[in-house]
Design a protein around this ligand. Structure first.
Ligand code: NDP
Length: 326
């Protein structure tokens, strides 16, 4: 029986998938429009692989939710995330990539040709698929968090920490990411509050040691974020402690580091993933366990998660694809 990976239970291919006709054959199909997807597209198009790229739910990927990008090589004066993604798209199109709106909602990687459903009922068959669907940062789900996204609330300290030099900030989370982000920010900021909901950190022992050794990090155990407050930008955070009391900390930056969700569910029946959903690639390559299916960018990288590392792995995916197709 053919199994379908789906984004959620409502995103099954419409009608009976077994009787659906392939509507289009594509040589190289790229899923995702972040730095990984567009870089794969630039290389694939220049190699005459005629790539078609579907942008997915969030055209431009995670970078479109950030403001200034100052650490991508080649932009000495910085660039905004959305501008950079427009540049990458133009560059991919210049060499012949066809960029389309649409979301991959299901897959069937059982045959030699790879089937992908776009928007539930447009069935494509591809010789090779490059998965560059990224990861989605988890947020707390507060209204105030939504309000200040891009103006004080961020899910990436490496991207945005620089804007809070010399200021007081908070990081929420107790895992390795939160510990790493707090330590990174401590090098830039005056004071970093690490807000942890449990009485302990989940982070590795080494990361915990780094946190405790850093004088300007204050860990607030058993504190839960109630609200982020401010006018145009963030001015403070209201927390609730284990006694149920409200505590206010004055901060200008609020960094959410409670984990990421790799966008890999639709590939799950065929492509090997680790226990947290990240796609497993053969070390040093972008090859998945399915011949002709490659993965690059944040969907297979939980360690670096930078635009430039995603772009680098996008390049690798295109080169691996070119070799696969011979
Ligand atoms: P994790 O899932 O490991 O940790 C998430 C943290 O956020 C937990 O402490 C969790 O709390 C907390 N959290 C979750 N939801 C909420 C919420 N609603 N409110 C408050 N706190 C919340 O995610 P990470 O991103 O830290 O790490 C993911 C993986 O990547 C891990 O395997 C990690 O080891 C790895 N990693 C490795 C790094 C390295 O080796 N340098 C760097 C970064 C990540 P609780 O503990 O209570 O569940």
């Amino acid at each position: 029986m053919i199994q379908f990976g789906t984004l959620n239970t409502e995103s099954q291919p419409a009608g009976n998938p077994l009787t659906q006709k392939v509507k289009e054959h594509i040589h190289v199909l790229i899923l995702g429009s972040g730095p990984a997807g567009y870089t794969a597209a630039i290389y694939a198009a220049r190699a005459n692989l005629k790539p078609v790229l579907y942008q997915g739910l969030q055209a431009g990927g995670q970078l479109t939710t950030t403001t200034e990008v100052e650490n991508f090589p080649g932009y000495p004066d910085g660039v905004t995330g959305p501008e950079m993604m427009v540049d990458l798209q133009k560059q991919a199109e210049r060499f012949g990539t066809e960029v389309r709106w649409g979301l991959a909602t299901a897959t069937d990687f059982t045959g030699p040709k790879h089937k992908v459903w776009i928007d539930e009922d447009f069935l494509i068959e591809a010789d090779a698929v490059i998965i560059a669907t990224g990861a989605t940062a988890k947020y707390l789900g507060l209204e105030s968090e939504e309000k200040f996204k891009g103006s004080g609330v961020s899910a990436c300290a490496t991207c945005d920490g620089f804007f809070y030099r010399g200021q007081d900030v908070a990081v929420v989370g107790g895992g390795d990411t939160a510990a790493e982000e707090a330590t990174y920010l401590a090098g830039l900021c005056r004071k970093v509050y690490l807000i942890v909901r449990k009485p302990y950190l989940r982070a590795s022992k080494a990361m915990q040691d780094r946190v405790t050794r850093t004088a300007n990090i204050e860990v607030l155990y058993e504190h839960v974020t109630k609200e982020i407050v401010g006018g145009q930008t963030v001015e403070g955070v209201i927390l609730t402690n284990s006694k149920g009391e409200e505590v206010r900390k004055d901060i200008t930056g609020f960094f959410v580091a409670i984990g990421h969700e790799p966008n890999s569910d639709i590939f799950a029946p065929y492509v090997d993933r680790d226990e947290t959903g990240y796609i497993i690639t053969v070390p040093g390559t972008t090859k998945t366990n399915v011949p002709g299916v490659f993965a690059c960018g944040d969907v297979q990288d939980k360690h670096y998660r930078q635009a430039v590392t995603a772009a680098g792995s996008g390049c690798m995916a295109a080169l691996d694809t070119e070799r696969f197709l011979g």
